[in-house]
Write a protein that binds this ligand. Sequence first.
Ligand SMILES: CC(C)(COP(=O)(O)OP(=O)(O)OC[C@H]1O[C@@H](n2cnc3c(N)ncnc32)[C@H](O)[C@@H]1OP(=O)(O)O)[C@@H](O)C(=O)NCCC(=O)NCCS
Length: 172
Amino acid sequence: MSSLLSLASFPESAVDRLLDAAFGAERRGRTAYKIREGMAWLPHLSFGIANADGDLIGSLQSWPVALHGADGVQIPLVMVGPVAVEPSLQLGGHGRAMMDAVVAAARAQHSDPLMMIGDPEYYGRFWGFTAEGTGGWNAPGPFEQRRLMALSVDGRIIGGTGMLGPRIRVSA
Ligand SMILES: CC(C)(COP(=O)(O)OP(=O)(O)OC[C@H]1O[C@@H](n2cnc3c(N)ncnc32)[C@H](O)[C@@H]1OP(=O)(O)O)[C@@H](O)C(=O)NCCC(=O)NCCS
């Protein structure tokens, strides 16, 4: 038996262990890490799965990021990922459960558009993430354009040109 919980229910060290097991320790050099450098993950859009003993076997984090235009204007986005399932338990529906949860929560919260670097064969097939509107987006590291995808959760049009990076806090 497993349960889907807020990721805030688990120690940060358990998340790190799971991500190392799923992606390897060199994961920290990836472009996705540079896009959200210095940001804290969003507790209301991040989920974990516990096994019957309460151990973390699945993790999904979301981050505040933005598309920074040449005019200095930032378009806020929510970066989803990494999505990771304990290697021995993959293909058992845990990834889908966490993704279902984040997409439903984002829709309920009318969040900023979701974006990610991931496999279209998975994230496009089940949730409709698409690279259609991201052709003008650049990133602070190598990426394949077809894997740079977005999903609007409130009808906002995905588009624009600029560089992806951490969200700059705008004071009210
Ligand atoms: C990718 C991952 C999150 C998917 O979660 P999961 O619990 O293993 O998979 P699910 O049970 O939710 O999904 C199963 C279905 O999705 C398909 N699928 C899973 N991962 C896929 C991928 N990377 N590409 C294409 N299809 C994929 C499976 O073939 C299966 O399809 P079926 O129902 O037609 O048989 C998980 O396998 C994982 O942690 N992988 C290693 C890390 C990784 O690559 N993360 C994604 C990048 S952020």
